[in-house]
Design a protein around this ligand. Structure first.
Ligand code: HGY
Ligand code: MN
Ligand code: MN
Length: 412
């Protein structure tokens, strides 16, 4: 059967990581740079140290470890993903990719395999972009797409800066947050977080690229007033203006591409009392698509709706950009390695373009990249109901390990 992973050990490692930051409904609450993130980072460090690898942490908290190959000067293969989670997310998002990378390195050790290239394993800081925006922040800084000082200064809802949290949990390292080597390739395993693999009855996904995003946050400034004694024509209701835009954010994608999506995920209305006209409302909006032109068109339409709603309701507003990243398409030599691996192992695979964002987007700025997708049951993710069977985890992790070995090359 050639190089395959130890299924039992993969499941054990997944169960172990899922205990750190576990919620009572079987999900994860492991927000970036929280105490639970510190705990899972310590766990990650322990896994790699036990494998005899030295762990290094960069100044943005990205964690790396290196397994030497036959040729120490060869450009390394980089494998890994992220361990932070959404507020009430699932146990597979990011974690399955890191665990598969750990199990890949464990299997190399167990079989005493010497790879041509060095293999480096990474845990990226703040992929989720929930507590601190943007998403894929650690890989974005590392790839030079985001300015580290700007990202250090980002604050969470309590006004705590990212840099303060990085220092507080002891993961502001000393290595520059930039590629320390000319990486030959980056390979990431992730759950699909969408319906296509399951709908088509496939075992694994060969990911050919990732959508681009644009995220913004708008605040409307109206007039808080008594909800009973203020006649309707006297009102400047910030929430009504926001509601108009929220409806449009839902409608705009249906006029654009078949993979265009639009979401308002966060709304904060003040004073948020049943008998006060909302005076101030902040909400986020986001659009994604495989092509840059469509993303720009969606953003332009949203900004037009934001302005029009402010005029209609007589409220002021301001907005800020929270994220902007181009779509990426992966290198054929890497996607071929994934497709061939699935084929060799007898898994039924199909190509998928990712609707979720991944660190592979920014890794693709640095070196050839590809991803492997595992099936998401009902396509659900970013909820505690996120589920991937152990069989599907194993099929994807096996494909991943085989493709990784192809890209790393065997020296023995
Ligand atoms: O937003 C995303 O797609 C990713 O989960 N951060
Ligand atoms: Mn993820
Ligand atoms: Mn996610």
């Amino acid at each position: 059967m050639g190089f395959t992973l130890d299924r039992e050990r993969l499941v054990e490692t997944m169960v172990e990581q899922a205990e750190i930051g576990a919620t009572e409904n079987g999900g994860l609450h492991r927000l970036a740079l929280s105490d639970d993130d510190k705990a899972i980072r310590d766990w990650f460090d322990e896994q790699l140290t036990d494998l005899g690898l030295d762990v290094r942490v960069d100044v943005f908290g990205n964690m790396f470890a290196r397994r030497e190959g036959a040729d120490p000067d060869a450009d390394p293969l980089l494998v890994g993903s992220h361990l932070d989670s959404q507020p009430y997310g699932g146990i597979y998002d990011g974690a399955l990719g890191v665990v598969a990378a750990i199990e890949f390195v464990r299997e190399l050790e167990a079989r005493d395999v010497t790879t041509e290239r060095p293999v480096e394993i990474v845990n990226w800081t703040n992929e989720e972009g929930s507590r601190f925006q943007p998403a894929m922040q650690g890989s974005g800084v590392w790839a030079g797409a985001l300015d580290i000082e700007e990202e250090y200064a980002k604050t969470d809802e309590d006004g705590v800066t990212l840099e303060e949290e990085l220092e507080r949990i002891g993961y502001k390292g000393d290595v520059p947050a930039e590629p320390q080597y000319d990486y030959d390739a980056y390979l990431e395993l992730h759950i699909e977080q969408g319906p296509f693999l399951e709908e088509n009855g496939k075992d694994v996904g060969v990911v050919t690229g990732v959508v681009g995003f644009t995220w913004g946050a708008t605040t409307y400034y109206g007039e808080a007033d008594h909800s009973g004694s203020t006649p309707m024509q006297y009102r400047s209701d910030a929430l009504v203006a926001a509601a108009d835009v929220i409806t449009q954010v839902r409608r705009i994608p249906s006029t654009l591409g078949d993979r265009t999506v639009g979401t308002v995920g966060y709304v904060d209305a003040e004073p948020n009392s049943i008998n006060i006209v909302p005076g101030e409302v902040t909400f986020t909006w986001g659009f994604r698509d495989p092509t840059r032109e469509v993303i720009d068109e969606a953003k332009e339409r949203a900004l037009h709706e934001i302005e029009a709603a402010a005029e209609r309701e007589g409220v002021d507003y301001e907005w800020e950009e929270r994220m902007d990243v181009d779509p990426v398409h992966f290198a054929e030599r890497c996607t071929d390695a994934v497709a061939d691996a699935a084929d060799e192992l007898g898994y039924d695979a199909m190509e998928v373009f990712s609707g979720a964002g991944h660190d592979a987007t920014y890794a693709n700025h640095v070196c050839d990249t590809a991803m492997v997708f595992a099936v998401s049951e009902d396509g659900k993710s970013h909820t505690e109901e996120e589920y991937t069977s152990w069989d599907d985890c194993y099929a994807a992790a096996n494909t991943y390990a085989r493709a990784a070995l192809t890209l790393a090359g065997r020296a023995d």
